[in-house]
Design a binder for this molecule. Sequence first.
Ligand SMILES: [Zn+2]
Length: 107
Amino acid sequence: MPELGEPVDRPVRLLDFWVTPENQTLPNPADLVDPGWEESERYWVADYLNHGLVAGSWMGASRCRLCSCSNGSRDLTDGYYLWPEGLGHYVLDHDVRLPAEFLDHIE
Ligand SMILES: [Zn+2]
């Protein structure tokens, strides 16, 4: 554990920024849909995601890759991870499962 006041060297990890024509190595949300993921857990995870701190804003809202709804224009963070504002929508409305590592982290 770091001492109080000691600088903490923890890189913020990007979480689920979706595949683009320019970067094919990023995940495609359609591949992560897990219809068996329990609704109560999804609500809880989405609530956590929706309460992140604003880390940055972009011009124009992004569109959901699965239903094309307008899905936020900001990045949120909890100090460890960085995710797009609309990630909670993918979790709640499309059953997009997040990495186990992240779920362990927020538990
Ligand atoms: Zn959607």
